[in-house]
Design a protein around this ligand. Structure first.
Ligand SMILES: [Zn+2]
Length: 224
C-alpha cells in the first residue's frame, strides 16, 4: 500500500502543478496573447527577449517602433519601467529577486519568473532572494535546461498569496500579480500563518517552465 500512497502523492502533486499553470494562464494569458501578435510585433518581442538573455539588460522603450511598442504594451507583454522595457520574466527595476547569469545579474518579476530564466535563456543561473515573510536569505541554482540544482531546494518554497492592490500601482501584471508570488523559507512554510497556495520549488520550476517555455521555443525559431 505504501507504493500506492506514493502514487497518490505524485498524482496530487501533478494535479496541483497543472491547476497552478491553468490558473496562471487564466490570470495572465501571456503566451496566447503573444502568439496572436502580428508578425512584426512578434519579431520585436523576440528581439527583446533575446536582448535580455544575451546582455542581461533591457532595451530602452524607444528602441522598438511605436506600433510594435503599443501592440506589446496593450497585452502587458512588456512594461515601461522608467524608460526601459521590462519583459516577463525580466524586470528593469529591482524586485528583491535576483538571478545571476554568468557574471551578470538580472531582476526577475516574481519567484516563478526567476525559476524560468534558465529555461528561457538556455544558461545556468543562480537565484538570490530573501524570504517574503522573515527576510532569511535564500539561494537556488538552476541548470541550463531549467532543472534545479540540489542546493537549498528543501529550505525554500514558493508562495502564491492573494493579490492585494497597492495604492499607486498600475494594472500591469508586475504591479498586481507578481508581488504576490514570492520565495519563502521552510520554517515560514511550516508556521502555517500565511494565506495562499504554497508550492515546493520543484513544483514551481515545473510551473515556470510550462508558462515560459514558449519563449525558449520562440528564441529557437528561424525567423526572417
Ligand atoms: Zn521565512
Amino acid at each position: 500500500m505504501i507504493r500506492h500512497q506514493g502514487d497518490e502523492d505524485r498524482l496530487h502533486s501533478r494535479q496541483s502543478v497543472e491547476a497552478a499553470v491553468a490558473r496562471l494562464r487564466d490570470r495572465f494569458p501571456l503566451e496566447r496573447s503573444v502568439m496572436a501578435l502580428p508578425s512584426d510585433a512578434l519579431a520585436a518581442y523576440r528581439r527583446l527577449i533575446n536582448h535580455w538573455c544575451d546582455t542581461a539588460g533591457p532595451l530602452a522603450t524607444d528602441a522598438l517602433g511605436s506600433e510594435n511598442l503599443h501592440a506589446l504594451l496593450a497585452i502587458d507583454a512588456v512594461v515601461d519601467q522608467s524608460g526601459q522595457l521590462g519583459c516577463y520574466p525580466f524586470s528593469a527595476l529591482p524586485t528583491g529577486i535576483q538571478v545571476q547569469l554568468g557574471n551578470r545579474s538580472v531582476h526577475a518579476m516574481c519567484a516563478i519568473d526567476a525559476l524560468a530564466v534558465s529555461r528561457v535563456s538556455g544558461q545556468a543561473s543562480q537565484i538570490a532572494a530573501s524570504c517574503a515573510l522573515c527576510d532569511t536569505q535564500l539561494a537556488l541554482g538552476m541548470q541550463a535546461n531549467g532543472g534545479l540544482r540540489e542546493t537549498m531546494v528543501y529550505e525554500t518554497a514558493v508562495i502564491w498569496a492573494d493579490e492585494t492592490q497597492a495604492c499607486c500601482s498600475t494594472n500591469a501584471c508586475c504591479d498586481t500579480l507578481c508581488p504576490s508570488i514570492r520565495f519563502i523559507c521552510r520554517s515560514c512554510t511550516e508556521s502555517g500563518s500565511q494565506g495562499g497556495e504554497v508550492y515546493t520549488v520543484a513544483q514551481a520550476a515545473v510551473i515556470a517552465n510550462a508558462f515560459f517555455g514558449f519563449q525558449a521555443r520562440l528564441r529557437n525559431l528561424e525567423m526572417g
